[in-house]
Design a protein. Sequence first.
Length: 185
Amino acid sequence: MLVSISAVTLLWGLASEGFDRLYGAHFITNFDLSEDESIYWLGAFYAIAFILNIGVLHFVEKNVKGRYADVLLLTNAVLTGTMLIFAWTGHFWLAVAMYWVTSALRNVNYPLMSIITNEQIESKGRATTLSMFGQLDAFGQIVGGPLVGLFALYTTIAGGISASAFLILPVLYFFWRIKTKMVQS
């Protein structure tokens, strides 16, 4: 179980930094936003995404009881699709909607994973294990950002965002394993 949680944490770190660095460039480059306009647009996108995150987390808190691995499996499958649509759509408002959905789904991941992690860790080693997971996430971001950035540099920004989406695909396998282990125990 802890190996699966570690793998998920590392893969999320690898995928997240690339998306975080490229989504703004994607809007500016592919939808011809001027630098002056982009400040306001990206600020508005982020603010609305933040409000959506609150709503989604409230919904999850009220409706998801004990089915955390199922929800994470579903949200990460949908997350992969929304990131790919965001990367390749030529329609501005569809890109905006996919950015909002992607942001909301990404922010569901960490609270639910924290619940699973804390349920699986014995209290005597909890601090060390949680620290290790934090380091895996940071390492993933340090490595993943430049790798995805290089890929985007030599292909396209959409290609880089797609690479981030594809880094999430193995997470689905690990959530399936976590789900299976939770059912067995």
